[in-house]
Design a protein around this ligand. Sequence first.
Ligand code: T4K
Length: 378
Amino acid sequence: MSKKRDPILVTRPLLPDLNDLMVRLQDVWDSKWLSNGGHQHNTLEQRIRERLDVPNVSLFSNGTIALLVAIQSLRLQGEVITTPFTFPATTHVLWWNGVQPVFADIDPETMTLDPASVERVITHRTSGILGVHVYGIPCDVAALGDIADRHGLRVIYDAAHAFEAEIDGVGIGNFGDISMFSFHPTKLFHSGEGGCLTYRDPNLKARIDLLKNFGIRNEFEVIMPGINGKMNELQAALGHLVLEIVDEERARRLRIRQQYERELGDLPGLVIPKVGPGVKDSGQYFVIRIKASEFGADRDQVYDALRSQEIFARKYFFPLTSDYTCYRSLSSARPELLPNAHMVAGEVLCLPYFGELTEDNVSEICDVIRSLARPAAV
Ligand code: T4K
């Protein structure tokens, strides 16, 4: 009897050889230096700066704290315009900074902030725009930059999904005032937990690095109300090793993407979003959109059918953050103001996407999905 396969999860972390990690950890042990800007941290920061092709980087213990510090470092106040189609962290960091999130709608194709919708909700209290390059699909950085210039606003990008994405050959971390990348284990590049900020203004480096270390200038001076956001040496040691195998993993994922596209691309009502011309795909997610009336089943039915076969796709990002109990009383959270975001959140499904998936795994996933499509399309 053939052995039952393991459940298929949406992702699995990229793991380097454990022996290589032991070698790095031996160095950490010998140094007796575990955090607060050690050798592993400092050298990883330099390597990430080169890989992302950005002028300045600060590493963090996770992406959420990094984003929290980004908002604090620019002293954003009042209201910040943001997308509801995201992970909770994006909206929560505004609240933790005492800033009111103001939701704008998304573009129905790119699923990122719609610049026209952003412009409509600007008030005299608006201090910034917080966009998300969701699934590594870039925001309309030119239009958002233009709006920011005309209204004197700062722009922060949540680039949690966009490690090494590029727009026309330019690293995506170069747009806006600050960008945040997440290095959580569910991310293509990770350091166990971790994240970073990238920014063009070199003057921000000192402030950001103080903010992530309690605002401590020296033994006797604390000059601002900072927090503890430091990446430690164990995280950084792992990050060094994962960085070496990211390219191979991305190549494996892009092959898996091609197989998905071959096996699902002809189904009416099943849309496979793409990053757009001139954009380098980060390889973070493989997402489909189910247009129920054309496809013959809705997204939830597809999710449930996969689940019944122990295939755990995820509905990233449903529900919208504007629908959370803590935000839904905000006037900008009214569903009638966010029609595209509601439509998209009801259609998206992230399929399993990581290099260890076999061709048979992908075919099995596609067969389940095809079995739900309207008979004429099969
Ligand atoms: N902004 C955006 C747009 C984000 O998407 C995120 C994080 C952030 C900000 C915040 O960045 P961080 O502070 O996290 O650096 C996961 C991740 O925890 C989260 O980092 C990520 N976005 C989000 C999209 O996905 P959950 O709640 O879905 O995680 P969980 O535990 O359900 O895991 C997802 C799958 O990964 C499971 O099928 C199991 C698998 N997995 C997970 C872990 C942690 C593993 O195989 N191994 C593991 O170690 O949030």
